[in-house]
Design a protein around this ligand. Structure first.
Ligand code: ASP
Length: 341
């Protein structure tokens, strides 16, 4: 039963009670919302004909591992913010995804990683941009949120802060994988050929990861982490570390994690736009996400979002061919990859 249903039931009980015996409203029946977690592993040109059965199974296994980690937190009564962190961590360590180990290469052959996390309870947030040495950028973002008076650190200062917090640090080459190196080489070659340059954007950018969750206290949280876009200019920062662009969470309203062509998601302020529409216009998270992604599309961008509302309703909205995604609750887990299943 969702929070919304419980609230409706509570209201009905109060109304009926008023007709019969007086109800002590100072002692309301405690509502126990149900936990729910949704994740994504990036949106882009993901077509069934381009994935072998083995590759598809590997992605599904990666999504399931992430959901199991997040669900373990929520099942034990843990917080939504701990759950989203727990869910994205295994994907940062899985080379299939464009986050942490397996992050794409920038044009100069290095990796610069972005991540953010937000707690809907107090809208506290933390993020890092352009880190090159912290093994798990999401842990650095969490440390910024919990252990600093700031919201965002960038570049060498962000790595230094992560190190000062005792996080695992690695050489930048730790993030190298053969597959991503081939992506870089192919893309740099394509860039020199104007006839194929147009096709590159959506085809060469997917694998960013994120999670949104509601815990059994009704708290919302969101997290997003990425290596960015293949062959990006060194120093380029995408939407993933920007609160309000790729990540947002506000209790009772919504939580969002986005993936897509970051420049457009920044310009639209996708995550905050969705939550504002839910809060101020009374739209469902799905409706609000459609509008925000419509704006992204009208500017020429593509991608997707996972959204959850204050009652625990989850939606997946994307205007790319596919999005690696999944959701889990006490009722079970599902995963999906392609646009039309
Ligand atoms: N949004 C990420 C970025 O622009 C990329 C992605 O989600 O695929 O850095």
């Amino acid at each position: 039963m969702t929070l919304k249903t419980l609230s409706a039931l509570a209201a009905a009980t109060l109304f009926l009670g008023a007709c019969a015996t007086p109800v002590d409203v100072s002692d309301p029946v405690p509502l126990q919302p149900e936990w729910h977690l949704a994740i994504h592993g990036g949106a882009g040109v993901i077509l069934r004909e381009n994935l072998t059965d083995e590759q598809e199974a590997a992605y599904v296994a990666g999504l399931n591992e992430a959901m199991a980690a997040g669900a373990a937190v929520l099942r034990e009564g843990g917080s939504a913010v701990d759950a989203v962190q727990a869910a994205v961590l295994p994907m940062e360590n899985n080379p299939l995804f464009n986050a942490g180990y397996g992050a794409v290469f920038a044009a100069n052959g290095t990796h610069e990683l972005d991540a953010s996390i937000m707690d809907g309870r107090d809208r506290n947030a933390g993020s890092v941009a352009g880190v090159m040495h912290v093994k798990n950028p999401i842990l650095a973002a969490r440390a910024v949120m919990d252990k600093s008076e700031h919201v965002m650190f960038a570049g060498a200062g962000a790595d230094a802060f992560a190190e000062s917090q005792g996080l695992d640090m690695v050489d930048n080459t730790y993030f190298d994988t053969e597959r991503r190196r081939k992506d870089l080489e192919r893309l740099l070659e394509a860039r020199s050929d104007k006839s194929v340059a147009e096709r590159r954007t959506a085809a060469d950018r997917f694998g960013t990861v994120g999670a949104v969750a509601i815990d059994s206290q009704g708290n919302l949280a969101a997290a997003t982490t990425t290596g960015g876009m293949t062959a990006k200019a060194p120093g380029r920062v995408g939407d993933a570390p920007l609160v309000g662009a790729a990540t947002y969470a506000e209790n009772g309203v919504c939580a969002v994690s986005a993936t897509g062509h970051g420049e457009y998601f920044i310009r639209v302020g996708v995550a905050k736009t969705i939550c504002d529409r839910v809060k101020l216009a009374g739209e469902s998270v799905g409706e609000a996400a459609q509008v925000a992604l419509g704006e992204v599309a009208s500017l020429g961008g593509d991608g997707g979002v996972i959204v959850i509302d204050g009652a625990g309703n989850v939606d997946f909205v994307f205007n790319s061919a596919g999005m690696y995604r999944g959701e889990i609750s006490a009722d079970g887990a599902t995963t999906a990859i392609f646009g039309v299943e």
